[in-house]
Each structure stands twice: as C-alpha cells, then as structure tokens.
Ligand binder design. Structure first.
Ligand SMILES: [Zn+2]
Length: 59
C-alpha cells in the first residue's frame, strides 16, 4: 500500500472512529473499508489503540 494512500485514508479513518465525520464522508470511508483490506486492517489497529487509550483515561 502506498504511503499517500495510507496518509489520506488513515486520517479519514481516524476521524471516522472519533465520529468527527459528517454522514457523507463517513459513508465514503465505510465503502472504502469494504473494498480495501489494508485500510480495514489499519482501522482495526486504530480502534484497538483507541480502546486502550480510553481505558487509560480515568474520569
Ligand atoms: Zn485503502
């Protein structure tokens, strides 16, 4: 996978996981993840990291 691809979609996936995207862009990320295994793997890793971070942040 190309670096540009990773940067471009990585940022979107990151924002998508944080629910910062509007419906239109969230839809685009979802349909991309369906087609692109690399970004799907990256998304799972991001989700994993975010869960771990959330656990560390005490209220
Ligand atoms: Zn991709």
């Amino acid at each position: 996978m190309g670096v540009i691809h990773r940067l471009r979609w990585g940022t979107l996936v990151d924002q998508w996981l944080d629910q910062e995207l509007d419906d239109d862009r969230a839809e685009r990320v979802l349909s991309h993840l369906e087609r692109c295994k690399d970004c799907r793997t990256a998304a799972e890793e991001y989700a994993c990291i975010k869960r771990a971070l959330a656990r560390m942040e005490m209220p």
